[in-house]
Design a protein around this ligand. Sequence first.
Ligand code: PGA
Length: 253
Amino acid sequence: MPQRKPLIAGNWKMFKTGPEANATARHLAKLVGDDATVDIMIAPPFTALSAVSGVIEDTPIALGAQNLYWEAEGAFTGEISPGMLKAAGCTYALIGHSERRQYFGESDDGVHRKTQAALESAIIPVVCIGETESEREAGETFSVLDKQIRLGLEGVSLRGPRDLVVAYEPVWAIGTGKTATKDQAQEAHAFIREKLAKVLSSDLALGIRILYGGSVKPDNVKELMAMPDIDGALVGGASLKPEIFAEIIHFGA
Ligand code: PGA
């Protein structure tokens, strides 16, 4: 089985000004040191990318954006292109986060375009998928995931499995303190890997990292990370405080 190096990613959402983000990143960098047992990423708001990029330059922490637009440049007021993110020091970009789908009308088709555009600029897309509470209750979890994977990822061109990250984030677990049980998460992750094998290839699917997101905390990360198809975590609230995020990063210690 290919080695999937865990990725612990922090999504800072719409929190922290440039100076606040700079201070948080500095503190986190100190706590992490040169420990490279897992890959680490933080995604501050666009306005804080430059304040963070210098601080993490010689550390194991990589920079991510929370969104991008699929065009390279042009008259698209308010949007940011993959090339701009690359130039700002980003290695990763979140795509199709449930808050973008819910509040900003993002569709699976948009996710597909954004994913392809990110790949063309050598940005690693972290494509977020997951069912809502009512979809889970209606027994639609797997059909929702199937559709999000097919429409969002079919035909995207990957050179290798490290080019893409998928994040399973059940919407009902985001910011609610309700985490999927490790078995619920594992079941969804195994399903996602199976679908990736169909939509991309089985070789790619074996190597693509699938993160779990939704109320990940220091006290539940270890049991989630012990599951065979969970390759990391996408952490919102608990990534805002460096001490807590560092505890999550050091889950294996
Ligand atoms: P949460 O957010 O950890 O605060 O639940 C996760 C996310 O939205 O990525």
